[in-house]
Design a protein around this ligand. Structure first.
Ligand code: G3P
Length: 219
């Protein structure tokens, strides 16, 4: 399973990249706003900076909501860097835009997926990735992980090339469950990624090893 980081924060992207397990980055307009990246030029510059840090796909989301505007905005984003994947919301105009980009060899990530039917539509249109939002389904007492499993079944039935990019990941168990189901990619905040490496028994065991080593040195 590929690991993407879900942030527009450059320090976090660098830290995850330095860990050596990072395969890509996802952003969205809320994450960009959180970093106070304001104005079209600054936004484009920020995407270029991210692309120069991480050697992998970087999802950049369109703000446009109509087919024609999504196509022209997406083309500008794709022109920024080879790493850019154009992120398109799951709407009927979005589906048309995904097909437009597919026909031109431009990669897309269909975002805001909350049902397997939506994922099927996006895959039919030629999306490179679909982004089902696990945490936001859990938030409304639905089963986010069941959606990942359902999409896995549908895509496997028909050998779609579209990759399942599990998004809205909130904690390490989400990451592990995605891996067990067979999501192709998961995108998580840095905190959840780092928590995956933690176990209290590891900390206790290491402390004991070092204490025993120190005792042995004294003797
Ligand atoms: O990639 C989509 C993701 O950023 C949404 O996460 O935590 O806002 O539901 P969250």
């Amino acid at each position: 399973m590929k690991f993407f980081i879900d942030t527009a924060n450059l320090d976090e992207i660098k830290e995850a990249n330095d860990l050596g397990v990072l395969d890509g980055v996802t952003t969205n307009p809320s994450l960009m706003a959180k970093e106070a990246i304001i104005g079209q030029e600054n936004i484009l510059k920020h995407y270029r900076t991210i692309c120069n840090i991480v050697n992998g796909p970087v999802s950049a989301e369109v703000i446009a909501t109509t087919y024609k505007e999504m196509c022209s905005e997406g083309e500008k984003l794709a022109d920024l860097h080879d790493n850019i994947v154009v992120k398109i919301p799951m709407t009927l105009d979005g589906i048309k835009a995904i097909k437009y980009f597919y026909d031109r060899g431009i990669r897309t990530n269909c975002t805001l997926i909350f049902s397997a039917g939506q994922a099927l539509m996006a895959a039919k249109a030629g999306a490179t990735y679909v982004s089902p939002f696990v945490g936001r389904l859990d938030d409304i007492s639905a089963d986010g992980m069941a959606l990942i499993a359902e999409i896995r079944t549908v895509f496997d039935n028909y050998h779609f090339d579209t990759e399942i990019l599990a998004a809205s990941i909130r904690h390490p168990m989400h990451i592990l469950e995605c891996a067990k189901i067979g999501a192709d990619v998961m995108t998580a905040p840095l905190k959840a990624m780092k928590q995956l490496a933690k176990h209290p028994l590891t900390d206790i065991g290491l402390e004991q090893f070092l204490a025993d080593h120190a005792k042995g040195q004294k003797g």
